[in-house]
Write a protein that binds this ligand. Structure first.
Ligand code: GLC
Length: 418
């Protein structure tokens, strides 16, 4: 998973029909009766996961994670433990099976997102995050709910997902909130240690994220910062980190939300993460009819055009021991150091610590040579003659014209370590 660096997150459920954020039930304090119309109208007649998988591959993604159940409690697969599932809607079938098959067929690894919360389950106690949090009548009616019975259900469904679809590469639980609000839930409510043991026994190789509210060795294999870029490398002890990000701030399809990130910004976020030894899990919220909206597809294809030429500066790459110049990032893979220029400088970029360390430099997009020089530190600045810099500084000489790629990259071939 570390070498893959770039994956697709898919948030899809009844909220895709409401089309105003995946937390719509909670935000609008909708009860089950009011939310039922989305169940009755969930009819993804244009669902073709092969098209999703193709777009993900074309974007340069190497794995994908699907929401099997989100906080609303609706299940995309034919769970034997509930009727609140896709097979009972106009969709009329298991939507997870074709997804798994399509993504595997495109050569991507597959993962499942599974919500620990469930705003539909009759034994899930109402708390400060629940849609009925302010409904006194509902709270009275729910006072005898037994979270242990809910945890049995949770464990049972995880067992179904880990025994019904072959090897699963990644399991993304979401989320624990002990102490965050009244009735906040965590490890004891989910019986997290037992749940993790179940997962490890069913699928020993699966990567599990860090949201079960467990500590130490049990904390999870991957840390999952969300909707922000870490300022530096996050994970300690060799653990991987993966930032999960949206295209426009919402995970679920949000029709009227126009706060879209540009492909250039998303590529810089990916590179910034790799430079800090992290992955990017980029989300798409398909529509209620089961499609990636054009803007989402176009964004993936634009990222794919850059990844097509620049993939080797991302896959299997990681942090470098050199300090990059301003507005730039380094990624390194073996003897290749990649300088990603987030801002295009005028004619020169100076690289501290690289004098005498580079045997060749080229633009990655077209393989064209980039001239280099080590300016004599004693040289005096005079008219058009640039003055001396530090003895360890390698200077690249760049064209005035910025290459027409989202992020220009100079590939530096390092001399073998002496
Ligand atoms: C947050 C959001 C949730 C989303 C998840 C993805 O927990 O609240 O809706 O699924 O992040 O990481």
């Amino acid at each position: 998973m570390r070498d893959a660096r770039f994956g697709l997150f898919v948030h899809w459920g009844l909220y895709s029909v409401a089309a105003r954020h995946e937390w719509v039930k909670q935000r609008e304090r909708l009860d089950d009766a009011a939310y039922q119309r989305y169940f009755e109208h969930f009819d993804p007649d244009r669902y073709d996961p092969r098209r999703w998988a193709e777009l993900a591959r074309q974007a340069g993604m190497r794995y994908a994670v699907l929401t099997t159940k989100h906080h609303e409690g609706f299940c995309l697969w034919d769970s034997a433990l509930t009727d609140y599932k896709a097979t009972n809607t106009p969709a009329g079938r298991d939507l997870v099976r074709p997804w798994v098959d399509a993504f595997r067929a495109e050569g991507l690894r597959v993962g499942f997102y599974h919500s620990l919360l469930d705003w539909h389950h009759p034994e899930f106690p109402v708390d400060g995050l629940h849609p009925q949090r302010d409904d006194e009548q509902a709270k009275i009616g729910a006072k005898d709910r037994d979270v242990a019975r809910y945890a049995d259900y949770l464990h049972g469904q995880v067992r179904e997902l880990l025994t019904g679809y072959g090897p699963i590469d990644y399991l993304f639980f979401d989320f624990s909130y002990p102490g965050r609000t009244w009735g906040g839930k965590g490890r004891d409510d989910w019986r997290s240690a037992e749940l993790l043991a179940l997962v490890r026994s069913l699928q020993p190789d699966v990567v599990v994220n860090d949201r079960l509210d467990l500590d130490g060795d049990l904390e999870g294999d991957v840390l999952t910062p969300e909707q922000y870029q870490p300022a530096g490398p996050l994970a300690a002890g060799g653990r991987l980190w993966e930032a999960c990000q949206t295209l426009n701030g919402s995970w679920g399809y949000d029709r009227d939300n126009l706060d879209w990130k540009s492909p250039g910004l998303l590529i810089r976020m990916l590179v910034d993460g790799v430079a800090k030894d992290g992955n990017l899990l980029l989300n798409v919220g398909p529509t209620g009819r089961g499609e990636f909206e054009p803007r989402a597809a176009d964004t993936l294809l634009a990222i794919g055009r850059w990844m097509d030429q620049h993939g080797r500066s991302v896959y299997g790459a990681g942090p470098a021991p050199f300090t990059p110049p301003p507005d730039a990032r380094y990624t390194q893979r073996g003897d290749r150091l990649f300088l990603h220029l987030f801002a295009w400088p005028f004619r020169h970029v100076h690289l501290p610590g690289l004098a005498g360390r580079v045997r060749f430099a080229q633009f990655l997009h077209d393989g064209s040579e980039v001239a280099t020089e080590v300016v004599d530190p004693a040289r005096k600045a005079q008219n058009t003659t640039m003055g001396g810099l530090g003895a360890d500084v390698l200077t690249l000489i760049l064209p005035v014209q910025r290459p027409d790629v989202a992020v220009p990259v100079v590939e530096l071939f390092l001399e073998p370590e002496r």
